[in-house]
Design a protein around this ligand. Structure first.
Ligand code: ZN
Length: 339
């Protein structure tokens, strides 16, 4: 009970990428960069194992950004043709690349790190991929002329990589859809259907991570405008509950999402964020237990997987590691107190 995992990313070592920021430039190149990514992946796994995390990941050490790490392997995108676009309904301005032709995978995206991770841990292994809706919110289109068609084209590619990850021995594949609480009408109209395309034929565990974003300023400013209760999920949870996606990852620690909304996710395993990634205050084990206890009012205990609220990529590394320790210790204490 209360098997733990992490949302996805961990901070990278300072020798690999500039610390403390998203889209951090690499500090190595060529073969040194490839070797550095492998070393950082092994370190990330070791840190998680030492913290008592049960379902470990690669900490996204091989990708510069959770969306573009995938796009780099897709043919049909012109990275030189960058357009400034407001993304997540204009919450941030980003220079995004342009889709200029039919989308096609150029090869494996995360094969190397997945096989490396699989060879070096006996624990369950989770890999994250960006979801179709979030991807199309992060690229410009000069080819498809229709964003839904383009989303399904990406979903087709995601499915190919997801099937390959499963064959590599990955146990859990999670699609990150932070766009899901921004475009709730579209989630119901086609976003969940696009996710279905992405998970088609998978027999491993499937998950979707929806969230209010990293602890960066653009997000904390946006969250301040959302009012005292964040009820966006009320519009989309009923449809997600009916979907074949098995797990839903949601932020719960210091979140204004009313936890009663989790009751709408009947039958789902809830990866409950019990670690706040927008604060440098390190949780105590008791803090973790209290969030698990609060979630347990609405989700059967056997369906709760404690995790981090979101990725920790932009955090200070020592703080992120202390938070991992708190997550492992808190889940252990919860097993004793609530199990
Ligand atoms: Zn997130």
């Amino acid at each position: 009970m209360f098997e733990t995992t992490i949302a996805g990313s961990l901070p990278k070592p300072a020798w690999l990428a500039e610390p403390g920021r998203l889209w951090a430039p690499w500090r190595l190149s060529g073969a040194d960069l490839d070797a550095g990514k492998r070393d950082a992946t092994l370190l990330a796994i070791k840190r998680q194992e030492d913290a008592g995390i049960d379902i470990v990941g690669d900490g996204e050490q091989s990708r510069q950004h959770f969306v573009h790490g995938f796009l780099e392997f897709v043919d049909g995108i012109d990275f030189a043709r960058r357009v400034e676009m407001g993304i997540r309904r204009n919450r941030y301005k980003a220079l995004v690349p342009t889709v200029v032709g039919p989308l096609r995978l150029m090869g494996r995206v995360h094969g190397e790190e997945a096989r490396l991770a699989r060879a070096h841990t006996k624990r369950k292994l989770k890999f994250t991929l960006p979801g179709p809706m979030t991807i199309i919110d992060t690229v410009a289109d000069a080819h498809y002329g229709d964003r839904v068609t383009m989303a399904f084209a990406f979903a087709h590619l995601l499915n190919a990589e997801a099937r390959a990850l499963q064959a590599d021995g990955v146990d859990v594949i999670q699609f990150d859809e932070p766009a899901f609480n921004v475009y709730t009408d579209e989630v119901n109209a086609w976003g969940i259907a696009a996710l279905h395309r992405a998970i088609e034929g998978l027999t491993c565990t499937t998950a979707v991570h929806i969230c209010y974003g990293y602890g960066i300023k653009a997000n904390t400013d946006w969250k301040a405008t959302l009012g005292s209760e964040w009820r966006q999920y009320e519009d989309i949870f009923p449809a997600i509950a009916k979907s074949p996606i098995q797990q839903v990852a949601i932020e719960c620690r210091n979140s204004r999402v009313p936890l009663e909304l989790l009751g709408l996710l009947k039958g789902k395993v809830v990866q409950a964020g019990v670690i706040d990634v927008a604060s440098d205050t390190v949780e105590t084990a008791e803090d973790v237990v209290s969030v698990i206890d609060a979630v347990a009012k609405f989700v059967p205990k056997s369906n709760i997987v404690p995790t981090t609220n979101c990725g920790m990529a932009p955090m200070r590394r020592d703080i992120a590691e202390a938070k991992l320790m708190a997550l492992g210790a808190g889940a252990k204490l919860a097993r004793q107190k609530l199990g």
